[in-house]
Design a protein around this ligand. Structure first.
Ligand code: PNS
Length: 164
């Protein structure tokens, strides 16, 4: 029985994340998408909003559950009884950080292994950070995020700009 965790900030969830969620949900019996509650990073969306968005866009995947977490991923994995962490690798530049994180997580929780999926080519350039930047400058984000994220994203970016 493989219970896997795919963790991230998902601020916002992109087509690149969804690609990894879909593919890892085919490999795992259960996939828990862990949404980091990272208030210190000043996210665009609250953790509750990010959880809701992920629930909406993964609704058709019956073995996928969305949960928020705080603190260490290795501890969250222990609490969930997970035995696998899934990460997406977009480019070689991701590798140093990912290797360090995988080794640290295994030291913290020897029950856990990390599995890397290479991001599908069409999403290799994509990150939440660049999507936020495109939205902030009024660009078209429809190629980057699911349709139901577009309007909330544009609204939140406008609210942020008005409060500056
Ligand atoms: O969306 P991201 O930035 O790729 O997500 C990174 C995440 C959430 C997976 C990573 O920052 C994380 O695991 N944070 C929890 C804290 C932790 O366990 N840090 C030690 C890992 S070396």
């Amino acid at each position: 029985m493989i219970r896997a965790i795919y963790a991230g900030s998902f601020d916002p969830v992109t087509f690149g994340h969804l690609d990894i969620i879909r593919r890892s949900s085919n490999v795992a019996d259960e996939l828990i998408v862990g949404v980091l509650n990272n208030r210190a990073k000043c996210p665009l969306f609250s953790v509750e909003e990010r959880v809701k968005m992920l629930e909406d866009v993964t609704r058709e995947l019956s073995n996928v559950k969305i949960q928020s977490f705080t603190g260490l991923l290795a501890e969250f994995a222990r609490t969930c009884g997970a035995n696998l962490i899934v990460r997406g690798l977009r480019a070689i530049s991701d590798f140093d950080y990912e290797l360090q994180m995988a080794q640290t997580n295994r030291k913290l929780n020897p029950q856990i292994d990390t599995m890397f999926l290479t991001t599908s080519l069409e999403y290799a350039y994509l990150s939440s950070t660049t999507v936020k930047e495109v939205a902030e400058f009024g660009g078209d984000i429809s190629a980057f995020v699911p349709a139901l994220i577009i309007e909330p994203m544009q609204r939140r970016v406008r609210e942020r700009a008005a409060n500056k």
